[in-house]
Design a binder for this molecule. Structure first.
Ligand SMILES: Cc1cc2nc3c(=O)[nH]c(=O)nc-3n(C[C@H](O)[C@H](O)[C@H](O)COP(=O)(O)OP(=O)(O)OC[C@H]3O[C@@H](n4cnc5c(N)ncnc54)[C@H](O)[C@@H]3O)c2cc1C
Length: 393
């Protein structure tokens, strides 16, 4: 039987980072993955340019049943540490809105950097290897039966991510291992995902397909400002992905598609100035015509500003600045960027990521109940949690 010090299941963001750090400590590390290629999600991330971290990272950018858990790891391996690695490899990158950092050329640069670091640290990566069973030995360590034989290790790291994009090899494996060893797993659901619409709304909004506008979108638990994109399937764009992680089925969301203006005050001001414009003409100077036509009834907009009552202005404002819509659902794991829920952090050490119940068993990355906002936060969690575990495995 093959014997190593550390087995890491999952050769992607968190698993590779953990492997590099453990390898640097001269631990004999074997990374196993059932996929035919390491880091598939890294390659497809950020539209192929990998939004690898963010200039501004704090626990407030994460969703978890234990909102304090991520603080320790995020402060021990920070965005600056990862930016330092990227700098050492001379990988060109740029900042986009909200401090998001993307590769200039390709996400391949990030994966190649991780693989190169693995090589330097003598990490062995074995792909196309499904795991059939895991057993904890009576003394210390674990025995894994894999498609390619039996392997034992002192430490076992689960870095198998969440359920998003099953086509890319996502499985529930990590959650099953957690349950096998008596860990609580919070129910999972798709996050950072577009909304689908109720049939009536879908029909009404279908002419808007392709329109993107700056908007504030709010749910009962949170609020974000970024672009909303109307698609032939429903609602998408960064602001929708962000709010989707806070949305509960059956709940309505509120959309303000004119976030920089008090529309009621603006109408009153125009009325006082004696404007003879039609309400519709005025609105069409502020928003795409098709959007205005879908949101506000024509009979409310066809009068001139002088002939419109304050009550009617309020109605128009409400349609445009606190438009309430109840999504039908989300597009699910097929297109979701992350999985909410997962392995309960209260049963893991926030310093080492080790199980409090089973010594030698570690969980890193998205498999845990820590979910980042859109903007590089999920990779930063993978780097930080993987790095921390790598110091102890
Ligand atoms: C389309 C898309 C774009 C994204 N873009 C960004 C972005 O730009 N910035 C950002 O911060 N986040 C982004 N994310 C989220 C980010 O990719 C994940 O949060 C991150 O990859 C999680 O890292 P991980 O190592 O925990 O898991 P993963 O990257 O999901 O890796 C898990 C690994 O485990 C392997 N595995 C799974 N099951 C098994 C099994 N049963 N046996 C063996 N191996 C197994 C998989 O093959 C995979 O290699 C994006 C996600 C998607 C889907």
């Amino acid at each position: 039987m093959k014997k190593v010090d550390v087995i890491i299941i999952g050769a992607s963001a968190s698993g590779l980072m953990c492997a590099i750090e453990a390898g640097k400590r001269n631990r004999k590390v074997l990374v196993l993955d059932h996929a035919n290629k390491a880091g598939k999600k890294i390659l497809m991330s950020g539209g192929g340019r990998c939004n690898f971290t963010n200039y501004d990272v704090s626990a407030d950018n994460y969703i978890s049943h234990n909102p304090h858990f991520c603080k320790s790891a995020l402060s021990r391996f920070t965005q600056w540490d990862f930016i330092g690695m990227v700098g050492d490899y001379h990988i060109p990158y740029h900042e986009r809105s909200h401090g998001q950092l993307f590769c200039d050329v390709s996400a391949k640069d990030i994966l190649n950097m991780l693989l190169d670091e693995c090589k330097k640290a003598s990490v062995q990566i074995q792909l196309k290897t499904g795991i059939q069973s895991i057993k904890k030995m009576d003394d210390d360590g674990f025995i894994l039966i894999t498609e390619n034989g039996k392997i034992s290790a002192d430490s076992l790291v689960i870095a198998t991510g969440g359920l998003s994009i099953p086509k890319m090899g996502a499985t529930a494996f990590g959650f099953q291992v957690a349950e096998q060893f008596g860990h609580k797993v919070y129910p999972t659901r798709a996050g950072l995902v577009p909304f689908t619409l109720q049939p009536d709304d879908k029909e009404k909004l279908s002419p808007l397909s392709g329109i993107a506008v700056d908007a504030i979108v709010s749910s009962s638990r949170s609020s974000f400002r970024e672009n909303i994109l109307f698609t032939h399937r429903g609602l998408s764009g960064p602001v929708i992905l962000q709010i989707s992680s806070y949305w509960e089925p059956g709940e309505a969301i509120q959309i303000n598609v004119l976030p920089d203006l008090d529309l009621f005050d603006y109408f009153i001001q125009k009325q006082k100035e004696g404007s003879q414009q039609q309400v519709k003409t005025l609105l069409n100077t502020l928003l795409p015509q098709r959007l205005v036509a879908s949101l506000v009834d024509d009979n409310l907009m066809s009068k001139s500003i002088q002939d419109t009552s304050h009550e009617q202005f309020k109605q128009i404002q409400s349609r445009i600045q606190s438009w309430s819509i109840k999504p039908n659902g989300t597009e699910g794991y097929r297109t979701a960027e992350v999985t909410l829920g997962g392995v309960d952090c209260n049963e893991l050490s926030s310093k080492t990521m080790e199980s409090i119940k089973v010594p030698g068993l570690y969980f890193v990355g998205e498999v845990m109940d820590v979910t980042g906002w859109l903007g590089g936060y999920n990779f930063q969690w993978a780097w930080s949690s993987g790095w921390c575990a790598g110091q102890y495995v």
